[in-house]
Design a protein around this ligand. Sequence first.
Ligand SMILES: C[S@@+](CC[C@H](N)C(=O)[O-])C[C@H]1O[C@@H](n2cnc3c(N)ncnc32)[C@H](O)[C@@H]1O
Length: 235
Amino acid sequence: MGANGGQFGRLHEGKIVTVGTRSLEGVPDARETAYIAAMSRAKIVSAYAQWGTTSEAEDFAIDRYLPDDARVLDLGCGAGRMVDVFGDRFGSYSGVDGSPEMIAAARSKHPACEFEVADIAGLTIAPASVDAVLLMHNVIDSLCPFARRGIVLEMARASLSPRGILVCSSHLLHSGMSSGYIVEDYHGVEVSNYRSTASEFCAEVEKAGFNVVFLMKDKRGSQADWMYIVGTPRS
Ligand SMILES: C[S@@+](CC[C@H](N)C(=O)[O-])C[C@H]1O[C@@H](n2cnc3c(N)ncnc32)[C@H](O)[C@@H]1O
């Protein structure tokens, strides 16, 4: 819990997000549905709820780039890890996740925050109403089919104020792999994650209307398994 004891304002009078209409290409396929089911298992929800720490790349991105008093929208917020660690830095906060179990865990820890169960690719957010969009811990890589990544990045771009930032991470290729969706073991369940090169990921973010102003590899064990970027809206 942040130093302010969870006394966050709300981003808007009512809900900050409403569930909009998805285009046909924006509908999640079975791989993404299976991913959310895997993330909703009790032992995974419990692990995320208790995690409470961040990586060097996450710390650097937030410490260096988060605007003062930022209105924060956390997409794929899980059990509210960002509020656990950085809550006292946020002016206001809203988290959205497709897993009701994750949102229940987040609400129980942070009852004063706004949390919604929704598909992050089907939101309607007022233009320029947010100062930071977070897509932490590779949320974007579970979006499937590929077109959903662009839908979310473009929505993030449109929702950001001129001083706003996008913080987003994505899995990197290991040697011998080609870019694409790769089925991997996640604590005993197979999940599909998108992996690409650092330059491909930066190009994807830039295509959605951002300048990439920061990138840093994040590690799992000794391996650089994913990278964080900070993007600022290109005018
Ligand atoms: C690896 S967890 C990261 C959680 C959190 N961002 C963190 O850093 O602790 C990915 C989260 O993204 C959520 N997620 C994946 N696809 C989603 C979608 N289309 N809409 C909403 N949430 C989604 C999952 O339910 C899961 O909680």
